[in-house]
Design a protein around this ligand. Structure first.
Ligand code: GRF
Length: 215
């Protein structure tokens, strides 16, 4: 067996800039216990695809505008994923709502990173909403994906203090920096066999998590 074959294989789904993908790529270059077997985007020509190509990672585009409905897009996406035979699928800046059938197909081996301290601020514009709500803390969460949008069992979180003069963009920059530390760490835990989704709960090192791991 070559060294690569023994590593947990990951497919990363992106929709845009792919800075979280880049964090995973950088982790693999620094000895992480996983390898990225492919990158799939629902949008052509995005920076995330360029990052994969630069790292010699195969890419696919499954353009959602070319499908009549969500189910047919999800079926094509699932097929593209299966072609890479991954152990784990990571949604990294992937901006699509997935059907129950798709989520069921990959249950327990699909992670998402979301820029809020879930369950707060599911959905979009999380930094603006955190500021508007006067939050003193904000951050990012990595969770197992279920059909509930940003609603799956949370594995780990990274926090940032909200500063007095924070704007949406200044807050987003600090959260994104924490995302780039958090995601490779959690993917590494999965690769190490330390994480499982059972009975809709996160199990870490054989224990059911009462609360997300704070990183
Ligand atoms: C990140 O905040 C991620 O949490 C959210 O999309 C943003 C952009 O991610 N889902 P990336 O730079 O494309 O990885």
């Amino acid at each position: 067996m070559t060294e690569t074959q023994q590593k947990t294989s990951v497919v990363v789904l992106v929709s845009g800039s792919g800075t979280n993908l880049q964090a995973l790529i950088d982790a693999t270059a620094n000895g992480a216990p996983f390898e990225i077997r492919g990158v799939i985007s629902n949008r052509p020509g995005v920076r995330g695809l360029e990052r994969a190509t630069t790292a010699d990672i195969p890419t696919r585009v499954i353009d959602h505008t070319e499908f009549p409905d969500r189910a047919s897009f999800d079926a094509a996406l699932a097929e593209a994923i299966d072609a890479f035979t991954p152990d784990l699928i990571v949604l990294a800046g992937f901006m699509r709502i997935l059907t129950q059938a798709f989520v069921d197909r990959f249950a327990g081996r699909m992670l998402n990173i979301h820029p809020s301290l879930l369950p707060a601020f599911q959905g979009l514009h999380t930094h603006r909403r955190a500021l508007e709500a006067g939050m003193r803390e904000h951050g990012a969460s990595v969770h197992f994906v279920t059909a509930e949008l940003d609603g799956g069992p949370v594995i780990a979180q990274a926090r940032v203090a909200v500063e007095q003069n924070d704007s949406e963009s200044s807050l987003a920059v600090r959260v994104l920096q924490r995302e780039h530390e958090l995601l490779p760490k959690v993917v590494g835990w999965f690769a190490g066999g330390r994480l499982a989704l059972r009975d809709e709960r996160v199990w870490f090192d054989g224990q059911a998590l009462e609360t997300p791991i704070q990183c």
